[in-house]
Design a protein around this ligand. Structure first.
Ligand code: FMN
Length: 156
């Protein structure tokens, strides 16, 4: 296989940019994710891929809740904050306004939309695990968050 061509293809895909948030008891955290998709209509299921290396991974395994915060196109700073720092080292919510969802996950006030989910299944998938979440609550302010990969140049 031509490795460079594979990298070119994988680098050209567009996808939504999302901050997955969760809460375990008093601890809240968020992580930028690109790998998320709807995998059922009834019930409405969203499946996300999380690496076991992430701080967020254990929080979701233990709490069984996560929320998907869809980030507007002009807030690439949020993608950088949640995607290039770990909650092990920093409190990513220090300067972030949020409210609590029905399940308890923090919802970013700057999110364009959110889906509040309860984990119903976990599957192994290579170096990530797939968390299947049933959506229990949803709301939006705008529907303008679809991103191209140009965020890489702009993220903080
Ligand atoms: C654009 C972008 C997309 C990402 N997508 C994912 C993803 O789908 N799954 C994942 O496990 N990590 C993903 N990451 C990496 C995590 O966001 C990053 O490792 C983060 O610092 C982990 O935070 P945590 O240790 O507080 O959980 C992505 C990072 C960026 C910048």
């Amino acid at each position: 296989m031509n490795e460079q061509k594979l990298i070119d293809i994988m680098s050209t895909k567009n996808y939504d940019l999302i901050v997955l948030t969760t809460r375990l008891n008093g601890a809240i955290n968020g992580i930028t994710i690109a790998w998320a998709m709807q995998t059922s209509i009834k019930p409405l299921l969203m499946t996300v891929a999380l690496s076991p290396k992430r701080f967020s991974y254990n929080l979701v395994v233990e709490s069984n809740i996560f929320a998907l915060n869809y980030i507007p196109k002009d807030r690439k700073d949020i993608i950088g904050l949640f995607g290039y720092k770990s909650g092990r080292q920093v409190n990513k919510f220090e300067n972030i306004e949020y409210f609590e969802s029905q399940t308890g996950s923090p919802i970013l006030k700057d999110a364009a939309a959110y889906l509040d989910c309860k984990v119903v299944d976990i599957y192994h998938s290579g170096d990530h695990d797939l968390f299947v979440g049933e959506v229990v609550e949803a709301d939006y302010k705008s529907l303008d968050w679809f991103q191209s990969r140009d965020f890489k140049k702009k993220a903080a």
